[in-house]
Design a protein around this ligand. Structure first.
Ligand code: ARG
Length: 409
């Protein structure tokens, strides 16, 4: 009988390399290693060599950067998505696109199971598995790293014993997950929330630039399309903008975060491109969204981020939110100017749009004023009418200013 086939989300790191061999030996399966490039930097040759040395029967590398940007990240920009107000969902964004490729490869290779290298304490197991459950409820899901009881030391010995090629391990104490949208750093000294992150954990936000610099980001219907007037694909834009603002040290996040699985964890992120784009996008919305629409959208943004953080990208609620958000973005077209300064500062200094709702003649205090001041008088009287009545009958109006009366101070 043919052996059962498993498609593994393969990173090329120690855990997933050991997982290839571990599943082959302990579960009696054939493992197809699938590496999905979401912008983390993939060395195809080294990766294939390593997977084969671990016993993979096939190795597939998929460049998913463009679709990751155009189908996934574009939605996060439009939603100004920040989990707990701070984290632009770096890892959470990549899991749904990885899961989609795992399922696709499982079908292509007639596999009956997919596997991932996430542990039992994190969010990523939730995101991988719920995504696969949504896309292909018939597939079995295997989580070898969650099942085995190997310490990091054990894994290294296991790799040596089984002739699995691993990167010459200068002991890197950090757990890193990176993609186009940023970089997440965990473990080591960072596990003490009081300790400052050592400078050497940072790569994308090492301050290199001096002086100051302005950049202009162009948007079309809420999607970033250009940098300083040059159009480029979103994945390129994220990288270029990230490397500029990152060189000023902008884009660091240090937070204690609530994981889906009930654990608080100290997280350090560097997200120069994503934070700059969200900053600019939200600003352009302030110019182009009607007030009630802007406020309603702002109310659902934290929920959007929470859903995606919780692994529910493939859910009817996320789809419905995105349909609403898409309709809000029709006129979010224009440009935003950002100024970067050393010391990690990056802020908006200007914005414009052909669909701007900003009306100079209404806003100005100069002679061009077209606002009808007479209308304001009646408006305010009616706006406050209920309050005046309340005050007279029940509130301050009956007592304030009278001897022995209530003083609102
Ligand atoms: N806490 C973040 C999240 O849940 C980052 C997870 C990063 N994963 C990792 N293997 N370091 O999205």
């Amino acid at each position: 009988m043919a052996k059962k086939r498993v498609v593994l989300a393969y990173s090329g790191g120690l855990d997933t390399s050991v997982a290839v061999r571990w599943m082959t030996d302990n579960l009696g399966v054939e493992v197809i290693a699938v590496a999905i490039d979401v912008g983390q930097g993939v060395d195809e040759e080294a990766l294939s060599r390593r997977a084969s040395s671990a016993g993979a029967v096939d190795v597939v590398v998929v460049d998913a950067r463009a679709e990751f940007a155009s189908e996934f990240i574009s939605s996060a920009v439009r939603a100004n998505a920040l989990y707990e107000g701070k984290y632009p969902l770096v890892s959470a964004m990549s899991r749904p696109v990885i899961a989609r490729h795992l399922v696709e490869q499982a079908r292509l290779h007639s596999a009956t199971a997919v596997a991932h290298g996430a542990t039992g304490k994190g969010n990523d197991q939730v995101r991988f598995e719920v995504s696969v459950m949504a896309l292909a409820p018939d597939l079995e899901i295997i989580a070898p790293v969650r099942d085995w009881t190997l310490t990091r030391e054990d894994s290294i010995s296991y790799a040596h014993e089984h002739g699995i090629e691993i990167q010459a391990t200068r002991e890197n104490p950090y757990s890193i997950d990176a993609n186009l949208w940023g970089r997440a750093i965990e473990c080591g000294v960072l596990e003490d929330p009081w300790q400052s992150p050592p400078e050497d954990v940072f790569e994308l936000t090492r301050p290199r630039a001096t002086g100051e610099r302005e950049i202009t980001i162009g948007f079309e219907e809420g999607i970033p399309v250009s940098l300083d007037g040059r159009s480029m694909p979103l994945e390129q834009l994220i990288e270029d903008i990230g490397s500029i603002v990152g060189s000023y040290g902008f884009g660091r996040v240090d937070m204690v975060e609530n994981r889906r699985v009930g654990i608080k964890s100290r997280e350090v992120y560097e997200c120069p491109g994503s934070l700059a784009l969200i900053l600019a996008h939200a600003d352009l919305e302030s110019l182009t969204l009607e007030r009630d629409l802007a406020h309603e959208k702002a109310r659902m943004e934290p929920r959007w981020a929470e859903l995606v953080y919780d692994g529910l990208w493939y859910s009817p609620l996320r789809e419905a939110y995105d349909a609403f958000i898409a309709s809000t973005q029709r006129y979010v077209t224009g440009e935003v100017r950002l100024r970067c300064e050393s010391g990690g500062r990056c802020y908006v200094v200007g914005r414009r749009s052909p669909y701007s709702l900003y009306d100079y003649n209404l806003a100005t205090y100069e002679a061009a004023d077209s606002f009808n001041h007479k209308d304001a008088e009646g408006f305010v009287r009616i706006w406050g009418l209920g309050i005046a009545t309340w005050s007279r009958r029940q509130g301050l109006g009956t007592s304030f200013g009278k001897p022995g009366g209530k003083d609102p101070r």
